[in-house]
Each structure stands twice: as C-alpha cells, then as structure tokens.
Write a new protein. Structure first.
Ligand code: AMP
Length: 614
C-alpha cells in the first residue's frame, strides 16, 4: 500500500475520533469530526463541484441530454445507452466488461463485442418467438452471459429480472410465478438443483436457456446453439421511455415479495447518479461489488457504468479480503462501490492486511445498502486513504437518492444529502392519510417528492400495495431518519419488520412460510437480530406441534430445511423454540415484542396482546 495509512482527504490523516474540546455534532456522529474536503487536493475535479449551484439549476429534462436516445428520435432504451451508443463510436474497442472468474481468469468484452453478443442474444430470443413485454429471468453467477442476457433482453424490450443465484428454489419459483416468467436463462447445474422440480408451478415458463449446455435438451435450449445461429445485427424497436424494462423484487413485512416495475426512462437517473454520486469519469475502472440479483448490482453493476462508457469490473467470487484487495490493486480500480458488511469484514482483518497492495489508483469509494457506521467511514480513510462515501436508496427508487458526494464534507455516520433533482423530507403520517413535515433533527419517516425518472411505476399485480406508499406527492420510504441543520440525512431504522442481513433485504413472511412448511412447525416468527458484521442476522422463533420435541437435532433439521428451501443468504442463522408465540387478539404474531425481548428493549404497548409464551 502506497499511502502509508495517511488519509488523502484534506484533513491530512486527522479523520479520527473528535477531541473532547470540539463542539459536539448531532448524535451518532458525536465522536467523529467532519471529514473536510479540500478542492485543491482532488486528483480529478469532481463532477459535482458545487452542490448548491447544481441543485439550483438541475432538471431531469436537461439530465437526459447526457444520453443519446435511440437514433431518429425512436425513444429511449437502456441497452442502447449502455452499449450501442459506445459500440459504434470512439469507445468501441474499450473494455466494457472485465470479468474475473472464481479461478482468477480474465475475460474482457469490448463495447463493440458487447453490442454484437447482445444483438445475437436478442435475435436468439426473437427466433424463439419471444416478444416485447415477455418476462425474462436471468439466474446466473456474475459471468459475462448474465450481462449479455440482461442487456440483450432489454434490446428486445422484454421485462428483465436478474435473480440472485444463491437463492434457494422457493424464492426463485415465487418470483418467477409473480413475474410471469416466459424465459429463464441459467446454467445446467442451477436449473437441475433449483428450478426443475418446481417447473410445474410455472406454466408460463416456455424457454429455459442453459449457458453451458452444448446441446438442446428436454425442455431446455443451449445458449451456444441459440446465439451461434443468430445474427450479430439487431435494430432496437422504438422504445417509449415509459415502457417497462426491469422487474426487481423487494420484500415487505407481510405477504409475498413485491415485483417492482421500472421503465426504460430509469436510465436517466442511472446516468445522472453515476455522474454525481459515483463521480464517474471517462477512463475510470469501476467496480460495484453487488450482485445483479439485487437492485444495486443491476443499476450500478450493469447500467450506470456502461452508460458512462467506463470499464466495468465484474468479479465472480464472493467476498474474500485477499481476492478483493488483489482486484483493486491489479485492475487499478479507480471508483469502488461496495457495502457495509464487506467493509466491516475488512475492518476486522485490520488495515495491515492491505499493506502489500498498491491501491494508489483508487480515487473514490462509496457504500450502500445498510447503515454504514461512522467508524467504518473513518477506517476507510485510515486504511485506503479515502473515506467511504455512504449513500442511500432502495429498490423502489431505482437509483441513488441521497449521497455523500466527492466534493462534499462528510459527517461520518450520515447518508449525505439528496441528489440534485431529488427533494427529500422527514415527515410524520397524519390520521387523515396526509403527512406533515417534522422539525430539523427530529425523527420521522424519510419521504421523497415523486417525479424522478427511476421511480418505480408500480408493484406488479398489486395496485393497492403500491398506492399505500404515497401521501399526495410524497413517496414514503418506510425508513425512519432525521435531517440536521446542514441538510444531511441520518438513518434511524426501518419503520417495518423487514430484515437487512449482509445488505440483503429479507421479508420475514417469506422465511416464516418456508419454516411453516415443515411438518413439525406450528408457529414461526422471524426477526432481525443485530450482528456486528452482517448488520442483522435472521433469527426464527418456533413453536412446535404437539408430539415434536424441541431438541438440538430438531433445531438442526429446521435450519437445514430452511437453507434448502430458501438458500443460505435468506435462511435463519438462529432458531429458538418457544411453547407458543405472543399474539395480538386478532391472531397476528407480535414480531416486535419478540424483538424487544431479544434485545432487552422496552416492550411498548401490549394492549393488543392476547396470548403469550410466558
Ligand atoms: P433494497 O430495496 O433491498 O435496496 O433495500 C433498501 C433499504 O436498505 C432501505 O430502505 C434502507 O432500509 C436500507 N438502506 C439502503 N441504503 C442505506 C444506507 N446508506 N443507510 C442505511 N440504510 C440503508
């Protein structure tokens, strides 16, 4: 490491805890001084040099001018902006994707090659009779075919869903059912292990394309044969910016996962936030560590960097410090977008683990997905020579909404300030369905004024659930936060019971349903239990049916059952048996009470409590 642990921000390595004598900052930043940025020290001038000035003049119409639009005014298509506009211009031979396999092999795909391969895949889909608006699901690890399939299907104007390949069969089948999947792109192994047995639940699934199958099989097609037979020329049909492009899934407290609808116009936000929040410049080598099975991995692991024509580094391997540090150093990564859980794992290993790596190319580091503790921001400054810039958004918003910008002073622990073009507020819901703003530094629900291009257009087949997210023109995020007098936003917690584990949003209902399928389980309730590394882990409370015993083998069996059904990322890590679970008079299990007891917190209003385990 070249920077000797010295911070490259303007404080000259003084980003540590505040001294006793300094004036207190509000709450969770109290122990840390603001990390000030000195414009003279920027290696590359930030795109957003003057936050206030840009906010004052910004409008989304003008932001769209950074994109090309389909030739001859035929609309706006994400894949054209990400691929074709570079493929036939001066960036044609630039590496668009540098894919590093689990065994460390590199596969480079230039913009020109990406245009040809996405065209072939789009033609392949067309040869199968696939049409615009058909649901195309992609269940792959981070291999080149994932990116080709997503972008090729967008060229065909299909509705695309990348799925997390570590999901178990149940979350996969549920999402494909809700999303009316007509096509699935996957591997032979993933198909056999996770989908084949549940295909009966998916009557609309017509085509299964296997990327590593040499030949077509029973009910499956070979990617190789399909794409080899296809032309590498493809003209994208006129695309209305309001045409649906992507269907991402997210979870709520109750009910099945929600299919979040995003349209092609979202690419305007992807581009603008790539410019301002991630500070992308031409010639950057950008690495987003998120999997495209989650919205961050699609918006910023596929679309945003490609719209900027930079080289997008794709790493197939999961987190492992030497692998990641090796990628940062060898690939000369300039802009890095990662997540708090990974940062905390690196912190645990200590800054010393970095000393043999040359990270001098790294210019900007950002983080998203869960609260980034102030210590982690400061540790970034010590270990990498630059602080992590936290930013906030969610599946529904489609792109970054609140961020610490490259040019902006950082208050460690804060999510930053709203993007130009985004109006954020802290509100309290009123009984009449409206909202009122709360005062500076007061807690309330984080709300955003509707109207940015990547805002969700609905939850698929769930109009009522969608409408509940709004109070007039305010979109209510479900997150509790506060805003300080400088306009910085601070995350407080979720207003609902969803769990964030290692950055993955997990709906308790989905986990409880899988547990309930086990013949021994009478009742199940799932909470997020705080964890120093993962943020939260999934913990299940279970009441067994009569005749079953709460033994260690039973616990193991239930853990195994859940892992098999849900996949390791979603399944509970802990199970505790209870004789029965606390319920309201209407029979709803009180997860909140279980959580309060687990954490030793006040139990709150128990007036609706009907039965209890104690
Ligand atoms: P998802 O829709 O899976 O991207 O999850 C969105 C949720 O993750 C948000 O509503 C927050 O609860 C949480 N989240 C995302 N970014 C942050 C952040 N920077 N700080 C705290 N929580 C975050």
């Amino acid at each position: 490491m070249l920077n000797n642990g010295a911070c490259r921000c303007s404080r000259g390595g003084a980003c540590g805890p505040r001294s006793e004598t300094e004036a207190p900052l509000s709450d969770n930043a109290a122990r840390y001084v603001t990390i000030q940025k000195d414009p003279a020290s920027f290696a590359v001038p930030p795109n957003l040099a003057d936050y206030r000035a840009v906010c004052a003049t910004f409008n989304w119409e003008a932001a769209r001018a950074g994109l090309s639009g389909l030739p001859h005014g035929r609309g706006l298509n994400i894949a054209y902006e990400a691929v074709d506009r570079h493929a036939y211009g001066p960036r044609a031979d630039r590496v668009a994707l540098r894919c590093i396999s689990k065994t460390g092999e590199r596969r480079d795909v230039t913009y020109r090659e990406l245009a040809a391969s996405t065209n072939r895949f789009a033609n392949g889909l067309r040869s199968l009779g696939v049409k615009a608006e058909d649901g195309v699901f992609v269940l792959l690890g981070r291999v080149p075919e994932l990116y080709i399939a997503v972008l090729g299907a967008l060229k065909m104007k299909c509705v695309v869903t990348p799925l997390f390949s570590a999901f178990g069969p149940e979350p996969i089948a549920t999402r494909m059912e809700i999303g009316d999947a007509r096509v699935l792109v996957t591997t032979e192994a993933l198909y056999r292990r996770k989908v084949e047995a549940l295909r009966g639940r998916l009557p609309k699934l017509e085509w299964v394309i296997l990327v590593n199958a040499e030949e077509d099989g029973e009910g499956t097609r070979s990617w190789r044969k399909l794409t080899q037979a296809a032309s590498d020329a493809f003209e994208i049909a006129p695309t209305d910016p309001q045409d649906t492009a992507l269907l991402h899934f997210t979870s709520g407290t109750t009910g099945r996962p929600k299919g979040v609808i995003h349209v092609h116009e979202a690419v305007v936000t992807h581009y603008a936030t790539g410019l301002y929040a991630l500070d992308l410049h031409d010639n950057d080598r950008f690495w987003c560590t998120a999997d495209p099975g989650w919205v961050t991995g699609t918006s910023y692991g596929v679309i945003a960097p490609l719209t900027h024509g930079v080289t997008n580094i794709v790493v197939e391997a999961e987190f492992d410090a030497p692998t990641w540090y090796g990628v940062l150093a060898r690939e000369r990564v300039t802009v890095w977008y990662t997540a708090p859980t990974a940062i905390r794992m690196m912190m645990k290993l200590g800054a010393d683990a970095l000393k043999d790596y040359d990270l001098s190319a790294l210019r900007f580091a950002a983080s998203v997905g869960e609260p980034l503790n102030a210590e982690a921001v400061v540790w970034g400054a010590e270990a990498f020579g630059l602080p992590f810039h936290d930013n906030w958004w969610q599946t529904e918003t489609g792109g970054i909404m609140i961020a610490n910008f490259a040019s902006m002073d950082i208050k460690p622990g804060s999510m930053g300030r709203p993007l130009p073009g985004i109006e954020a507020g802290i509100v309290r819901r009123k009984a009449d369905g409206g909202v009122e703003m709360v005062n500076t530094d007061q807690e309330g629900e984080l709300a955003l004024k509707s109207g940015w291009p990547s805002m969700m257009r609905g939850y698929l087949h769930e109009e009522a659930r969608y409408r509940k997210c709004f109070a007039g023109e305010w979109y209510l995020t479900g997150d509790l936060a506060r805003c300080d007098s400088d306009g910085y936003f601070w995350f407080v917690g979720r207003a609902d019971d969803v769990i964030k584990s290692s950055g993955h949003l997990i709906g308790p209902f989905e986990v409880e349903s899988a547990l309930m399928e086990h013949p021994a389980v009478a009742e199940a309730a799932v909470i997020g239990k705080p964890d120093p590394i993962a943020g939260e882990i999934v913990k299940a409370f279970i009441a067994l049916k009569l005749g079953f015993e709460s033994s260690e083998p039973m616990r193991k069996e239930l853990l195994g059952h859940a892992r098999k059904r849900l996949g390791a990322a979603v399944a509970p890590k802990e199970i505790e048996f209870r004789a029965n679970l606390p319920k309201t008079r209407s029979g709803k299990i009180m997860r909140r009470l279980l959580k309060a007891r687990e954490l030793g917190l006040p139990e709150g209003d128990l007036s609706t409590l009907e039965s209890d385990e104690r």
